[in-house]
Design a protein around this ligand. Sequence first.
Ligand code: FES
Length: 108
Amino acid sequence: MPESPASKPDSRPETRRVLVCQYQSCLRNGSAAVLAAFEAQPVAGVTIEACSCQGQCNTGPTVRVTPDEIWYCRVKPTDVPLIVEEHLKGGKPVEALFNPRIHARYYY
Ligand code: FES
């Protein structure tokens, strides 16, 4: 008996998303320009999205990449080309820009 489509696991890879906070604190620190910089460098299979507060307001602009769950802090527009090339295209997250509150193990 053939398997019904509903019972098959979804084999499609999850789309990588770059979430750029556009809430108050991050906006005050330039996150609109960070969002624009990501939008200016589109990468196949990656969506760029404005998002609300990610709870990391003191270290904004906050950029979160899913499903990787990599959190970048104090991102400047000039950091975006490095994130795009190393992480989004190359698959190697940029540790120098990690949020130390999230990725604490990298700072011991
Ligand atoms: S305002 Fe951006 S993380 Fe809270």
